[in-house]
Design a protein. Structure first.
Length: 120
């Protein structure tokens, strides 16, 4: 019962993505700024440093109010070792396509883990 109550406050979706993806997600209503003025999204462009992406990833995966973290797959590739190392159930990590970069199942860390689990 105690483990169930620890997940009840996870009611946000976080996102790390390109401008088009984040704009669409914000228009869909995922945007949130908490009392500490922390956003639940990061817009990544060509000038965004890998260290900034990694820091946002770490922050979002450590927050207790986030249930799902969406990340554009081409951005996940920039921090692939960190993404592949992440193995917690919450927040759930989902790699998503973007307008200019189609989804490649061969690169998806979650799908790779599932395939290893089933021995494929």
């Amino acid at each position: 019962m105690a483990s169930h109550t620890s997940f009840k406050d996870r009611n946000l979706i976080a996102a790390i993505g390109d401008e088009d993806s984040i704009t669409g997600l914000l228009l869909a209503g995922i945007g949130h700024i908490n009392e500490q003025q922390k956003k639940n999204f990061l817009v990544v462009d060509t000038k965004t440093q890998v260290s900034t992406i990694e820091a946002a990833f770490q922050e979002f995966t450590e927050r207790k109010d986030i249930a799902i973290l969406l990340i554009n797959q081409h951005i996940a590739e920039k921090i692939r070792p960190t993404v592949d190392h992440y193995q917690h159930a919450f927040p759930t990590l989902l790699e998503i396509p973007s307008k200019d970069h189609p989804y490649d199942p061969a690169k998806d860390s979650v799908l790779k883990r599932v395939q290893r689990f089933f021995g494929e």
